[in-house]
Design a binder for this molecule. Structure first.
Ligand code: PTT
Ligand code: SF4
Length: 610
């Protein structure tokens, strides 16, 4: 095979053994890579009996046929496991040298199971795999841990590490790399911590064989040139994702005060222009010629790499209108290894609970000093921090009463930074996202605000599915960054060409979308198997706040989602996907996607409709 390495490295931390598993072209073409490989392995090997924080859970790092090649924004990797936060399928996408090195070491996926008997890290150099003592690294933040590991193994080593949050099993602990790249929102860092695994360090020395190297080089050069020539390239290089703050404020979708409002009175102070005034430089993932990591100096005079989601969730959503302070909170979240989106949600929820008199010694809106210490308390599960460390779904269960109405999550994963009182299509995207409420699979909101914004239409349902196929399907399996397409209008037609030159395999976009549908059906089957007869379509419905509590400010003041309209779109979504009215894939759908074996197994857990 070309493009693919045809090899999966399996590491058992309990038995201290590593084996290489080979796979063939059929598997490669059926699941492509990244998320496709991850869900197939989890479906086959990690069932409902497995506690996500037990040695039996498997942590999967997976790349795709384009990852690591010299080409635009191809330095990314999927990190997946059964999620301790949601109990379902969890993954994230991180830009890191580890992705490139993994491919050069000759692996498409690394699967880690078991639990090391003491704090350890895994060092991989081509076929050499060592489980090394990490007692001296345990307790270090992610920046220091990575620096020490690279000091030992060379500065070109790709490193994925966790901080104290992962070690202390904070349910939204994430995995960090390169001082500010983060991936695995649904607790992939906690899964590493539960395995006593501080880090994965990887180096590869091989070249990646290509089907048509010359054609590939030509195409890659054209792609880089095309990206650089886009009209909004210069502005992107100035602000990156931070331009979204202004856009969200203008469109009244900026999450504010725990998603109560869509506009923030201090938005101007945390937007892309404020960031530009503080920016010292920019950096990004390997192979990217449109780097989006904006580095600023925070109020503690340290560097912090900020993106839109971090700033909205740790700024407007918790009432902090000072970018230097937001950046300082973001910096410590990166050091401790906490997902900023779930963190901003958990703090926002605690602030609202304090305001409502439900939480003693809580935290007030906008109280930077208290938040700064609280983040540390969360990472070490100290005092009230322990309560926040489990995420908003569990916080609401503990508070009881009406609290679940304003616990902003879907399936246990906290909602990312778009307020949807007046965006039904985006609400559906959050509701049906395969990992819980994340925007990565279908960011339809930018299209929605330009169309029939308040409508509950089939067109919106189709748009959600179209985006899920491209974003959640194509980009998460190839594995490549989606931002050139979204932000600069780089055409998706390039990808089948790159794939053909790299692998020799001709797949049209429609072929790729069919694979995406297969992966979606498999992920949905995974969720249903986990939940069994407790599964219901209510798991695809966003929190009551958006249906019942209208915002009090901005152009969409007084607007809420319409429950009937939402349910109607959800039914249309299920029909379009070939799932039944409960949101369970039909037997015929699974069979037509080449998943007859999955149908057979799923039938043991829930009655499948034909
Ligand atoms: C992603 C989520 C996002 S989405 C952001 S900002 W964004 C937050 N970033 C965090 C961070 O930083 N530190 C931290 N401690 N926690 C964080 N949590 C949040 O995680 C990121 C970019 C961005 S910036 C986005 S949109 C795109 N996401 C992609 C994706 O999902 N798939 C893909 N094929 N390409 C993508 N390109 C873009 O990558 P999760 P990164 Mg990320 C400081 O991980 O779990 O998917 O959640 O990986 O390398 O940092 O790049 O406005
Ligand atoms: Fe990484 Fe940003 Fe470049 Fe995407 S655009 S590859 S996230 S630096």
């Amino acid at each position: 095979m070309y493009g693919w390495t045809g090899r999966i490295l399996r590491i058992d931390l309990t038995r201290e053994k590593a084996v290489i598993q080979e796979y063939g072209a059929d598997f490669a073409q059926k699941y492509v890579g990244g998320r496709g490989f991850a869900i197939k392995i989890l479906w086959d090997e990690v069932g409902p009996e497995v506690d996500p924080l037990s040695p039996e859970n498997k942590l999967i790092a997976a790349v795709g046929p384009l990852t690591g090649l010299p080409g635009p924004s191809l330095g990314k990797m999927v990190i997946a496991a059964k999620s301790p936060l949601t109990g379902g399928y969890g993954d994230g996408n991180i830009g890191t040298m580890a992705a490139v090195q993994m491919k050069k070491a000759g692996y498409d996926a690394i699967v880690i199971e078991g639990k090391a008997r003491r704090p350890s890290y895994v060092y991989i150099e081509d076929e050499e795999v060592e489980i090394k003592n990490a007692e001296d690294l345990w307790g270090l933040n992610t920046f220091d841990a990575e620096r020490q590991i690279r000091g030992l193994h060379g500065w070109d080593t790709g490193v994925l590490s966790i901080g104290p949050a992962g070690e202390n099993l904070v349910l939204y602990a994430t995995v960090l790399s390169q001082d500010g790249r983060a991936g695995g929102r649904p607790g992939m860092g906690a899964v590493m911590g539960s395995k006593n695994l501080k880090a994965i360090a990887i180096k590869g020395t091989k070249s990646i064989p290509l089907a048509d190297p010359e054609e590939y080089r030509n195409l890659a050069r054209q792609c880089y040139d095309d990206i650089r020539s886009k009209p909004n390239y210069d502005f992107w290089m100035r602000q990156g994702t931070m331009a979204t703050v202004e856009w969200c404020q203008e469109n009244a979708v900026l999450p504010t005060y725990n998603f109560r409002e869509g506009v923030f009175e201090l938005a101007r102070l945390i937007d892309g222009y404020s960031m530009e005034a503080m920016k010292i430089r920019q950096r990004g993932c390997p192979n990217c010629n449109m780097p989006c990591g904006n580095l600023v100096i925070d109020v503690e005079r340290r560097n912090s790499e900020i993106d839109y989601e971090n700033v909205a969730m740790l700024g407007s959503n918790i009432g902090i209108g000072h970018l230097g302070k937001v950046a300082a909170i973001n910096r410590v979240a990166d050091e401790y290894g906490l997902d900023t989106i779930s963190l901003g949600n958990s703090i926002g929820f605690a602030m609202e609970a304090t305001e409502k008199g439900l939480l003693k010694d809580g935290v007030e809106w906008g109280d930077y000093r208290r938040v700064r210490t609280l983040v540390e308390d969360i990472a070490y599960r100290r005092g009230i921090g322990d309560f926040l460390a489990d995420g908003v779904m569990r916080m609401a269960e503990k508070l009881g009463g009406e609290a679940k109405k304003w616990a902003m999550h879907v399936k246990g994963l906290e909602i990312s930074a778009y307020n949807c009182h007046s965006a039904p299509g985006m609400a559906l995207a959050f509701g049906t996202s395969p990992i819980g409420a994340h925007h990565k699979d279908a960011w339809v909101i930018s299209w929605e605000v330009k169309t029939d914004r308040l409508g509950y239409t089939k067109e919106k349902v189709d748009k959600v599915i179209e985006f899920q196929r491209i974003r959640g399907g194509m980009f998460e399996t190839l594995v490549s960054c989606r931002l050139p397409w979204i932000e600069l209008g780089f055409s998706i037609e390039w990808y089948p060409k790159l794939l053909k030159a790299a692998t020799g395999v001709s797949l049209t976009l429609d072929d790729i979308f069919r694979t995406a549908d297969r992966i979606y059906a498999l992920i949905r089957s995974y969720w249903v198997r986990e939940w069994g007869d407790k599964w219901s379509r209510q798991m695809d419905v966003p929190p009551a706040r958006w249906f019942e509590e209208p915002p009090t400010k901005g152009p969409y003041k007084g607007t809420t989602l319409d429950r009937q309209g939402y349910e109607q779109m959800l039914t249309q979504y299920y029909q379009a996907r070939g799932w039944d009215e409960r949101g369970v894939p039909r037997r015929s759908t699974l069979e037509s996607l080449g998943l007859a074996d999955v149908a057979q197994k799923l039938q043991q857990y829930i009655n499948l409709q034909p």
